[in-house]
Ligand binder design. Structure first.
Ligand SMILES: Cc1cc2nc3c(=O)[nH]c(=O)nc-3n(C[C@H](O)[C@H](O)[C@H](O)COP(=O)(O)O)c2cc1C
Length: 266
Protein backbone atom coordinates (compact mmCIF):
# COMPACT_ATOMS: atom_id res chain seq x y z
CA UNK A 1 0.00 0.00 0.00
CA UNK A 2 1.17 3.55 -0.76
CA UNK A 3 3.53 1.68 -3.10
CA UNK A 4 3.34 3.77 -6.30
CA UNK A 5 6.58 5.33 -7.48
CA UNK A 6 6.68 9.13 -7.43
CA UNK A 7 6.14 9.16 -11.22
CA UNK A 8 3.15 6.80 -10.97
CA UNK A 9 1.66 8.82 -8.13
CA UNK A 10 2.11 12.03 -10.16
CA UNK A 11 0.27 10.55 -13.13
CA UNK A 12 -2.59 9.34 -10.93
CA UNK A 13 -2.79 12.67 -9.12
CA UNK A 14 -2.67 15.03 -12.11
CA UNK A 15 -3.54 12.93 -15.15
CA UNK A 16 -0.28 13.88 -16.88
CA UNK A 17 3.15 12.25 -17.07
CA UNK A 18 5.57 13.31 -14.37
CA UNK A 19 7.79 16.25 -15.34
CA UNK A 20 11.23 15.42 -16.62
CA UNK A 21 13.71 15.08 -13.78
CA UNK A 22 11.10 14.86 -11.01
CA UNK A 23 12.99 13.78 -7.88
CA UNK A 24 11.96 10.75 -5.83
CA UNK A 25 9.65 12.20 -3.17
CA UNK A 26 9.24 9.03 -1.15
CA UNK A 27 5.56 8.69 -0.27
CA UNK A 28 4.75 12.39 -0.30
CA UNK A 29 2.63 12.14 -3.45
CA UNK A 30 0.97 8.88 -2.40
CA UNK A 31 -1.46 10.19 0.20
CA UNK A 32 -5.05 9.05 0.34
CA UNK A 33 -7.57 9.27 3.19
CA UNK A 34 -8.08 5.83 4.70
CA UNK A 35 -11.47 4.99 6.18
CA UNK A 36 -11.14 1.23 6.64
CA UNK A 37 -8.60 -0.06 9.14
CA UNK A 38 -7.54 -3.53 10.27
CA UNK A 39 -7.93 -4.35 13.95
CA UNK A 40 -4.15 -4.72 14.30
CA UNK A 41 -2.99 -2.43 17.10
CA UNK A 42 -0.57 0.40 16.41
CA UNK A 43 2.24 0.24 18.99
CA UNK A 44 2.36 3.16 21.41
CA UNK A 45 6.03 3.73 20.50
CA UNK A 46 4.93 4.40 16.92
CA UNK A 47 2.32 6.88 18.08
CA UNK A 48 4.96 8.54 20.27
CA UNK A 49 7.05 8.91 17.13
CA UNK A 50 4.15 10.51 15.28
CA UNK A 51 3.58 12.95 18.13
CA UNK A 52 7.28 13.77 18.06
CA UNK A 53 6.93 14.47 14.34
CA UNK A 54 3.91 16.71 15.01
CA UNK A 55 5.83 18.65 17.63
CA UNK A 56 8.72 19.09 15.21
CA UNK A 57 6.56 21.18 12.87
CA UNK A 58 7.25 24.88 12.68
CA UNK A 59 5.13 26.80 15.16
CA UNK A 60 4.30 30.47 14.88
CA UNK A 61 6.72 32.48 17.11
CA UNK A 62 7.45 29.19 18.94
CA UNK A 63 4.03 29.50 20.60
CA UNK A 64 3.00 25.79 20.42
CA UNK A 65 -0.58 27.02 20.04
CA UNK A 66 -2.18 23.58 19.76
CA UNK A 67 -2.86 20.39 21.71
CA UNK A 68 -3.56 16.80 20.71
CA UNK A 69 -6.14 14.85 22.72
CA UNK A 70 -6.18 11.12 21.96
CA UNK A 71 -9.47 9.36 22.62
CA UNK A 72 -9.04 5.62 23.19
CA UNK A 73 -11.67 4.86 25.81
CA UNK A 74 -14.39 3.01 23.83
CA UNK A 75 -17.30 4.79 25.53
CA UNK A 76 -15.75 8.22 25.05
CA UNK A 77 -14.88 7.39 21.42
CA UNK A 78 -18.48 6.34 20.81
CA UNK A 79 -19.73 9.55 22.35
CA UNK A 80 -17.37 11.69 20.27
CA UNK A 81 -18.36 9.81 17.13
CA UNK A 82 -22.01 10.45 17.86
CA UNK A 83 -21.17 14.14 17.41
CA UNK A 84 -18.91 13.54 14.37
CA UNK A 85 -21.68 12.25 12.12
CA UNK A 86 -21.11 8.63 13.21
CA UNK A 87 -18.30 7.86 10.77
CA UNK A 88 -16.95 4.31 10.49
CA UNK A 89 -13.32 5.37 10.58
CA UNK A 90 -13.85 7.20 13.89
CA UNK A 91 -15.48 4.09 15.32
CA UNK A 92 -12.79 1.65 14.17
CA UNK A 93 -9.48 3.52 13.94
CA UNK A 94 -7.00 2.16 16.50
CA UNK A 95 -6.12 5.78 17.33
CA UNK A 96 -8.19 8.94 17.25
CA UNK A 97 -6.84 12.38 18.04
CA UNK A 98 -8.77 15.60 18.51
CA UNK A 99 -6.44 18.25 17.13
CA UNK A 100 -7.07 21.47 19.04
CA UNK A 101 -6.17 25.10 18.51
CA UNK A 102 -4.95 26.00 22.00
CA UNK A 103 -4.31 29.47 23.40
CA UNK A 104 -5.03 28.33 26.98
CA UNK A 105 -1.36 27.57 27.60
CA UNK A 106 -0.46 31.18 26.90
CA UNK A 107 -3.04 32.46 29.35
CA UNK A 108 -2.48 29.93 32.12
CA UNK A 109 1.32 30.32 32.08
CA UNK A 110 1.45 34.08 31.76
CA UNK A 111 3.08 35.85 34.72
CA UNK A 112 0.00 38.06 34.65
CA UNK A 113 -3.13 36.45 33.08
CA UNK A 114 -4.12 39.90 31.79
CA UNK A 115 -0.91 40.12 29.75
CA UNK A 116 -1.88 37.97 26.72
CA UNK A 117 -4.87 40.25 26.10
CA UNK A 118 -4.98 39.47 22.36
CA UNK A 119 -5.92 35.79 22.65
CA UNK A 120 -9.47 36.68 21.62
CA UNK A 121 -8.44 38.18 18.27
CA UNK A 122 -8.95 36.67 14.82
CA UNK A 123 -5.17 36.89 14.38
CA UNK A 124 -4.39 34.68 17.40
CA UNK A 125 -7.18 32.26 16.45
CA UNK A 126 -5.67 32.00 12.97
CA UNK A 127 -2.21 31.41 14.46
CA UNK A 128 -3.55 28.57 16.60
CA UNK A 129 -5.46 26.89 13.74
CA UNK A 130 -2.42 27.12 11.45
CA UNK A 131 -0.17 25.66 14.16
CA UNK A 132 -2.64 22.81 14.74
CA UNK A 133 -2.90 22.01 11.02
CA UNK A 134 0.85 22.07 10.43
CA UNK A 135 1.48 19.71 13.35
CA UNK A 136 -1.28 17.33 12.27
CA UNK A 137 -0.15 17.16 8.68
CA UNK A 138 3.39 16.34 9.80
CA UNK A 139 1.86 13.52 11.85
CA UNK A 140 0.04 12.31 8.74
CA UNK A 141 3.19 12.41 6.63
CA UNK A 142 5.11 10.49 9.31
CA UNK A 143 2.27 7.95 9.61
CA UNK A 144 2.17 7.36 5.86
CA UNK A 145 5.94 6.92 5.76
CA UNK A 146 5.40 3.96 8.14
CA UNK A 147 2.57 2.52 6.02
CA UNK A 148 -0.15 3.73 8.38
CA UNK A 149 -3.36 5.25 7.03
CA UNK A 150 -5.04 8.40 8.29
CA UNK A 151 -8.26 10.33 7.91
CA UNK A 152 -8.94 13.86 9.07
CA UNK A 153 -12.35 14.46 10.66
CA UNK A 154 -13.64 17.97 10.12
CA UNK A 155 -16.95 16.79 11.53
CA UNK A 156 -15.40 17.35 14.96
CA UNK A 157 -16.62 20.94 14.44
CA UNK A 158 -20.26 19.92 13.98
CA UNK A 159 -21.01 20.05 17.71
CA UNK A 160 -18.22 22.06 19.39
CA UNK A 161 -20.04 22.48 22.73
CA UNK A 162 -20.40 18.69 23.09
CA UNK A 163 -16.78 18.09 22.06
CA UNK A 164 -15.68 20.64 24.67
CA UNK A 165 -17.71 18.85 27.33
CA UNK A 166 -16.59 15.32 26.39
CA UNK A 167 -12.89 16.26 26.22
CA UNK A 168 -12.99 18.69 29.13
CA UNK A 169 -11.55 21.48 26.98
CA UNK A 170 -10.98 24.75 28.85
CA UNK A 171 -11.61 28.26 27.52
CA UNK A 172 -9.36 29.34 24.62
CA UNK A 173 -9.24 25.77 23.26
CA UNK A 174 -11.11 24.58 20.18
CA UNK A 175 -11.21 21.12 18.56
CA UNK A 176 -10.37 22.03 14.95
CA UNK A 177 -10.55 18.52 13.49
CA UNK A 178 -10.07 14.89 14.40
CA UNK A 179 -7.44 12.53 13.04
CA UNK A 180 -7.89 8.76 12.69
CA UNK A 181 -4.77 6.60 12.47
CA UNK A 182 -4.41 2.86 11.87
CA UNK A 183 -3.23 0.12 9.53
CA UNK A 184 -5.16 0.35 6.25
CA UNK A 185 -7.35 -2.59 5.37
CA UNK A 186 -6.27 -4.10 2.02
CA UNK A 187 -9.90 -4.33 1.02
CA UNK A 188 -11.21 -0.91 0.03
CA UNK A 189 -7.74 0.63 0.00
CA UNK A 190 -8.53 3.86 -1.86
CA UNK A 191 -7.02 5.00 -5.13
CA UNK A 192 -4.95 8.17 -5.26
CA UNK A 193 -7.50 10.96 -5.65
CA UNK A 194 -6.95 13.53 -8.41
CA UNK A 195 -5.98 17.09 -7.63
CA UNK A 196 -6.07 20.30 -9.61
CA UNK A 197 -3.14 20.59 -11.94
CA UNK A 198 -0.14 22.47 -10.53
CA UNK A 199 -0.76 25.26 -13.10
CA UNK A 200 -4.16 25.88 -11.49
CA UNK A 201 -2.61 26.40 -8.06
CA UNK A 202 0.92 27.70 -8.63
CA UNK A 203 0.74 31.19 -10.12
CA UNK A 204 3.89 32.95 -11.19
CA UNK A 205 4.24 36.47 -9.76
CA UNK A 206 0.57 37.43 -9.75
CA UNK A 207 -2.85 35.92 -9.39
CA UNK A 208 -4.38 35.30 -12.84
CA UNK A 209 -7.37 37.25 -14.15
CA UNK A 210 -9.24 33.99 -14.72
CA UNK A 211 -9.19 30.57 -13.15
CA UNK A 212 -9.73 27.49 -15.26
CA UNK A 213 -11.15 24.36 -13.68
CA UNK A 214 -12.62 22.80 -16.82
CA UNK A 215 -9.86 20.26 -17.19
CA UNK A 216 -10.27 19.22 -13.55
CA UNK A 217 -14.05 19.06 -13.81
CA UNK A 218 -13.63 16.63 -16.72
CA UNK A 219 -11.07 14.53 -14.87
CA UNK A 220 -13.24 14.41 -11.73
CA UNK A 221 -16.33 13.41 -13.74
CA UNK A 222 -14.38 10.32 -14.86
CA UNK A 223 -13.34 9.70 -11.26
CA UNK A 224 -16.95 9.97 -9.99
CA UNK A 225 -18.04 7.54 -12.72
CA UNK A 226 -15.30 5.07 -11.66
CA UNK A 227 -16.71 5.26 -8.11
CA UNK A 228 -20.34 5.01 -9.29
CA UNK A 229 -20.95 8.54 -7.94
CA UNK A 230 -21.54 10.43 -11.18
CA UNK A 231 -24.69 12.47 -10.49
CA UNK A 232 -24.12 14.65 -13.56
CA UNK A 233 -22.85 17.41 -11.24
CA UNK A 234 -19.29 18.55 -11.96
CA UNK A 235 -16.67 18.99 -9.25
CA UNK A 236 -16.90 22.81 -9.32
CA UNK A 237 -20.65 22.71 -8.68
CA UNK A 238 -20.23 20.13 -5.92
CA UNK A 239 -17.67 22.34 -4.21
CA UNK A 240 -19.94 25.39 -4.51
CA UNK A 241 -22.66 23.32 -2.85
CA UNK A 242 -20.21 22.31 -0.12
CA UNK A 243 -19.43 25.99 0.48
CA UNK A 244 -23.11 26.89 0.82
CA UNK A 245 -24.89 27.24 4.16
CA UNK A 246 -26.68 23.97 3.40
CA UNK A 247 -23.31 22.24 3.06
CA UNK A 248 -21.97 23.37 6.42
CA UNK A 249 -23.89 20.94 8.66
CA UNK A 250 -24.55 23.61 11.27
CA UNK A 251 -20.93 24.76 11.37
CA UNK A 252 -21.99 28.25 10.34
CA UNK A 253 -22.73 28.69 14.06
CA UNK A 254 -19.08 28.20 14.98
CA UNK A 255 -18.48 31.87 15.59
CA UNK A 256 -20.93 31.87 18.48
CA UNK A 257 -19.06 28.93 20.06
CA UNK A 258 -15.63 30.48 19.53
CA UNK A 259 -16.69 33.74 21.12
CA UNK A 260 -18.19 31.90 24.08
CA UNK A 261 -14.82 30.26 24.79
CA UNK A 262 -12.88 33.52 24.45
CA UNK A 263 -11.67 33.18 20.85
CA UNK A 264 -12.15 35.10 17.60
CA UNK A 265 -13.99 38.03 19.19
CA UNK A 266 -12.39 40.93 17.30
C1 LIG B 1 -9.50 19.29 7.66
C2 LIG B 1 -10.08 18.10 6.95
C3 LIG B 1 -11.26 17.54 7.40
C4 LIG B 1 -11.78 16.38 6.82
N1 LIG B 1 -12.90 15.82 7.35
C5 LIG B 1 -13.32 14.61 6.88
C6 LIG B 1 -14.41 13.94 7.53
O1 LIG B 1 -15.02 14.43 8.49
N2 LIG B 1 -14.75 12.72 7.04
C7 LIG B 1 -14.11 12.14 5.98
O2 LIG B 1 -14.46 11.01 5.62
N3 LIG B 1 -13.07 12.75 5.37
C8 LIG B 1 -12.66 13.98 5.80
N4 LIG B 1 -11.60 14.60 5.20
C9 LIG B 1 -10.90 13.96 4.08
C10 LIG B 1 -11.18 14.66 2.75
O3 LIG B 1 -12.48 14.36 2.33
C11 LIG B 1 -10.13 14.18 1.75
O4 LIG B 1 -8.86 14.61 2.17
C12 LIG B 1 -10.40 14.68 0.34
O5 LIG B 1 -11.61 14.18 -0.17
C13 LIG B 1 -9.28 14.27 -0.61
O6 LIG B 1 -9.13 12.88 -0.60
P1 LIG B 1 -7.75 12.19 -0.23
O7 LIG B 1 -7.37 12.67 1.15
O8 LIG B 1 -8.02 10.70 -0.25
O9 LIG B 1 -6.76 12.59 -1.26
C14 LIG B 1 -11.10 15.79 5.73
C15 LIG B 1 -9.92 16.38 5.25
C16 LIG B 1 -9.42 17.51 5.84
C17 LIG B 1 -8.13 18.11 5.32
Amino acid sequence: MFQESTAEAWAARFGTPAPEGLPDLGRLLNHRSVRDFTSEPVPVAMIEGLVGAALSAATSSHLHAYSLVSVQDPARRREINQFCGDQRQVAHAPWFFAVCADLNRLVSHAPDPAMPDAVDTVEMYTVACVDAALAAERMVVAAESLGLGTCYIGALRNHPHEVRRILNLPDHVFGVFGLCIGWPSEENFPRIKPRLNPEQIWFREQYPAQLDVQEFDARMTEEYARDGRDEGVPWSARMARRASLRGLNGREKLQEFLQAVGLNRR
